[in-house]
Design a protein around this ligand. Structure first.
Ligand SMILES: Cc1cc2nc3c(=O)[nH]c(=O)nc-3n(C[C@H](O)[C@H](O)[C@H](O)COP(=O)(O)OP(=O)(O)OC[C@H]3O[C@@H](n4cnc5c(N)ncnc54)[C@H](O)[C@@H]3O)c2cc1C
Length: 484
């Protein structure tokens, strides 16, 4: 990884035998202004938000505006044996959208149209570059609700959400992005356009290709349009917070609440390291006495009945909560959720942060947090855990001084140890962020021999030329990469 990164910092443009002819075709397809080759300009599209992942130097970065432009770009690249990397906002945490040497990065930044919001039928049709929050707001304006809500929704794109199968705090109650997909339009390596779509709530015609492309991390095709399920707008939110003197008590409160059969629209956990950083940053403490709690749970209900929050408070109190408070006043709710939202800004002040993602069985949250504390001590970097308590997907935050010699290696070690701790506790390799470049080493073991063969067969069937994102998810050796 180090050698790769060092090589890729060179400023020479990557040479490729197909370069002049292909660049001419790209200009024909999208116009000269939308074919970026100046390394100073393309630099901003080389990496996503994962500082530890390697990145190459692209032949070009192109900005198509329509399905036919995407198709022309991809057909030309495939014909010239040049790989493509689809890229949304670059908010990913696995390096999956990182540039590859000599490949063409295709942006969705000019494909931002919300084409249809059909409240009566309950769906929206969008281009892939739509910012998730823009769709959430457009749905709200039509009296509807778009549920998938990655915490990065104010800048990530629907295309990236689909390709990563992204979820968020609403996931346990309303499902993740894959659950909202009714149909997709996808440009394949040949440049042909596949329509997997329907507009109806039900539909089981043929294989479930929507599910195949959702979570495919840009390795099977380029999503150019999506039909997504909308539901009715929710009543106003009510909010609760509970603080605990021990992580184990917080963990038991979560499992006891889940056992009641109720579900919340949001149930987030934050450990002492994360919560303390937020308190320091905001200059405000949750508890008047007793210092920073060992763990805090944030809860929100959208049922309009209050039943779920009462069940939550009962579970919190029964497990020794040192503070338990609920409110239906929106301003108080916002004040409480300000502690939850403040984390990223708080960590920004401490150094370079990595938003890790691991998923564990829900009754193992406390065990993971305690192991993360040990890993912080072992590696000498900051590790704090927060995340979605109802589905067991949590985000250990690693913060390190990137400019200090050896700090990146310690951060990388912490990253691996945390992932291995989650695997030991019975979790999958990823529950939310995807594989990308960061977890590719773990994929073969996780899938097993047959699973890997099936994955490779699907990849070969849909992308026989290895055009899509070859450096990410599961790597194909150069011999396996065939050109027509
Ligand atoms: C602060 C922060 C909070 C986050 N919170 C969450 C969270 O709560 N839940 C969560 O799941 N993730 C979260 N993430 C990770 C990230 O935001 C999501 O994975 C998001 O879905 C990525 O969207 P993007 O547009 O930035 O995609 P990118 O990072 O640009 O790309 C991601 C993947 O999608 C592929 N891709 C992009 N567009 C297309 C397309 N049109 N067709 C085919 N493939 C495509 C890329 O090749 C790449 O493999 C967070 C990240 C940050 C920085």
């Amino acid at each position: 990884m180090t050698t790769d990164s060092m090589r890729n910092t060179a400023q020479d443009p990557v040479q490729h035998p197909a370069q002049p002819e292909l660049l001419g075709l790209l200009v024909q397809a999208v116009g000269a202004a939308n074919v970026l080759t100046d390394p100073d300009v393309t630099e901003q599209y080389r990496r996503d938000m994962q500082p530890l992942a390697s990145a190459g130097r692209p032949l070009a970065v192109v900005r198509p505006a329509s399905t036919s432009e995407v198709a022309a770009v991809i057909e030309a690249c495939t014909r010239h044996g040049v790989a493509v990397v689809p890229r949304g906002a670059g908010s990913g945490m696995t390096g999956a959208a990182n540039a590859q040497d000599g490949a063409v990065t295709i942006l969705t930044s000019r494909m931002t149209a919300i084409l249809t919001i059909d409240a009566a039928a309950g769906y929206a049709v969008v281009q892939p570059g739509v910012i998730t929050l823009d769709l959430i707001r457009a749905a709200e304006a039509a009296g509807m609700f778009y549920a998938p809500d990655p915490t990065s929704s104010d800048w990530c794109t629907i295309g990236g959400n689909l390709a990563n199968g992204s979820g968020g705090p609403h996931g346990a109650r309303y499902g993740v992005t894959a659950d909202a997909v009714l149909g997709l339009e996808v440009v394949l390596a040949s440049g042909r356009v596949l329509d997997t779509g329907r507009h109806t709530i039900k539909g089981v015609t043929g294989y479930d290709l929507n599910r195949l492309f959702a979570g495919s991390e840009g390795t099977l095709g380029f999503i150019t349009r999506a039909t997504l399920r909308l539901s009715r707008r929710r009543p106003a939110l009510t909010t609760a917070v509970a603080a605990f003197a021990s992580v184990e008590e917080a963990g038991r409160a979560v499992t006891d609440f889940i056992a009641t059969g109720h579900s919340l629209v949001l149930l987030e956990i934050m450990d002492r390291a994360c919560f303390g950083a937020v308190e320091t940053h905001l200059g405000s403490r949750l508890l008047d006495e007793g210092g920073t709690p060992a763990a805090v749970l944030f809860a929100q209900s959208d049922s309009g009945t209050g039943v779920e929050l009462t069940a939550f408070e009962d579970a919190a109190r029964a497990n020794g909560a040192i503070l338990s408070f609920q409110t239906d006043d929106p301003a108080e709710g916002e004040m409480i959720m300000g502690y939850w939202r403040g984390l990223e800004a708080a960590l920004e002040t401490l150094g370079t942060w990595i938003l890790h993602e691991v998923t564990v069985p829900r009754d193992k949250l406390a065990a993971l947090i305690l192991r993360a504390e040990e890993i912080a001590a072992e590696t000498g970097v900051f590790v704090g855990v927060h995340g979605h308590a109802q589905d067991g997907t949590v985000h250990p935050m690693i913060v390190y001084p990137a400019a200090t010699a050896g700090a990146s290696d310690r951060a990388r070690r912490a990253y691996r140890l945390i992932l291995e701790a989650a695997l030991d506790l019975g979790g999958p390799v990823t529950g939310e962020h995807g594989i990308g470049r960061m977890k590719a080493d773990y994929l073969a073991d996780a899938l097993g021999e047959v699973g890997l063969e099936v994955h490779r067969a699907i990849k070969a069937a849909l992308d026989p030329t290895g055009t899509f994102n070859p450096g990410s998810m599961f790597s194909f050796s150069p011999e396996e990469r065939r050109t027509p």
